[in-house]
Design a protein around this ligand. Structure first.
Ligand code: APR
Ligand code: PHB
Length: 390
């Protein structure tokens, strides 16, 4: 098989890149190691920056998003028994975020790829990049007991943190920056009315909680738990009791509970690999970086990587200009590090760090009190939360 861009990974980054390239007349093939059902079974965050919404609209994949997505003009911080509203729209001159499940974005991207005759190979095993150091890149993989090969001009590794792309860089060519956090997020999905029209991030001495949603009838909640927490120790009742205990009374009193339809624990990590390319192999999305979910940046960073990489590829195929490809890593990393900083800042501000003791808690309270009382500080938070320019 021959194509122009070989893409490893059929998650949001790989699918969005393939869709943008197709609309620009550039051929690509996606090799995904899981089945489509498996990919679509993943429960992921769903706060979309305007940049991602605009990208989806530009390639005609925003129909359902525009019908069903909920525009949020603000977000809430809860601490010290009170709830403080951050007016995202007012503080950023009109910018907002849209709440629409990442799984739904992925589903719509798959549907668009199918409708445009895109090639997505599922259950492609042992995908391996070759020849990306020189000018003859290719991807090999196994499927149905047979070896296959895709000859291409470029390889985009959109294969997530555990993917093969980054691991294929020659030894010593990648610098890695990492921070792990001593806790995880225990998340629950329930067919209940969200406790508030907007998201609530809560700092409490028992630990962090987040009140989010997928729609007005589907709620998503998270509770900070120790990194070694066992999901078997968390019944629904225990989850709801802990969530209530960490919320201000005004919120806890109106919390609607119900059976969980999904419950899982996710670790928190900050990670960046530099550079994001080696020869004609490019990393995009979680393949190159991971953020703690506190700032809702994971999907949105995948989108800005794809924006920069697609610009470089389109420039190359249209005019032979390699400027965009040569500057991809530097351009993407500048925005990635700002999102890493913001995600780290919100994580450090909102979670309990027992090792920091009472002093750490009081300093967090003081920063939250300052933040919610200062237009300058709220503006800084708001412009990062809605998404910095590409
Ligand atoms: N070969 C083929 N496919 C692979 C391989 C491999 N060796 N390794 C991983 N994959 C596939 C995974 O099965 C997954 O479907 O690559 C895809 C990567 O998708 P994501 O992990 O969703 O990463 P990305 O597309 O960058 O999207 C980032 O998704 O994980 C969330 O929080 C993250 O919101 C962020 C967004
Ligand atoms: C979610 O709805 O899953 C979600 C929302 C905001 C975050 C993280 C997760 O910061």
């Amino acid at each position: 098989m021959k194509t122009q861009v070989g893409i490893i990974g059929g998650g949001p980054a790989g699918l969005l890149l393939s869709q943008i390239l197709h609309v620009a007349g550039i051929d690509s093939v996606i090799l995904e190691r899981q089945s489509r059902d498996y990919v679509l079974s993943r429960i992921r965050a769903g706060v979309l920056e305007q940049g991602l919404v605009d990208m989806l609209r530009a390639v005609d994949v925003a129909g359902r998003l525009d019908r069903e997505g909920e525009v949020h003009t603000g977000v809430n911080l809860a601490f010290d028994g009170r709830v403080e509203h951050i007016d995202l729209e007012g503080l950023t001159g009109g910018k907002t975020v849209t709440v629409f499940g990442q799984t739904e974005v992925t589903r719509d991207l798959y549907d668009a790829r199918d409708a445009m005759g895109g090639t997505v190979v599922h259950e492609a095993a042992d995908v391996t990049p070759h020849g990306f150091d020189g000018g003859t890149p290719s991807l090999t993989y196994r499927k149905d007991g047979m070896e296959h090969r895709v000859d291409c001009d470029f390889i985009a590794a959109c294969d997530g943190y555990h993917g093969v792309g980054r691991q294929s860089f020659p030894p010593g060519t990648i610098r890695e920056y990492e921070k792990t956090y001593p806790f995880g997020w225990l998340g629950i999905l329930s067919r209940t009315k969200p406790v508030d029209e907007e998201l609530i991030y809560a700092n409490h001495e028992r630990g962090f909680v987040l009140c989010s949603m997928r729609s007005q009838v589907l709620s998503r909640y998270y509770v900070q738990v120790p990194a070694a927490a066992d999901i078997a120790d968390w019944s629904d009742d225990r989850f709801w009791d802990e969530l209530r205990a960490r919320l201000p009374a005004s919120v806890a009193d109106v919390l609607e509970t119900g059976p969980s339809i999904e419950k899982s624990i996710a670790p928190l990590r900050s990670y960046v690999a530099e550079p994001l390319n080696h020869g004609r192999l490019f990393l995009a999305g979680d393949a190159g970086h991971i953020v703690p979910p506190t700032g809702a940046k994971g999907l949105n960073l995948a989108a800005s990587d794809v924006h920069y990489l697609s610009e470089g590829l389109i420039g190359y195929y249209r005019t032979g200009d390699e400027t965009g490809l040569k500057s991809y890593s530097e351009r993407a990393l500048r925005r990635i590090w700002k999102a890493e900083r913001f995600s780290w800042w919100m994580t450090m501000l909102m979670h309990r760090f027992p090792e920091e003791g009472g002093f750490g808690m009081k300093v967090q309270q003081a920063e939250l009190d300052y933040l919610t009382g200062s237009t300058a500080a709220k503006t800084a938070m708001a412009e990062n939360y809605v998404g910095l320019p590409y």
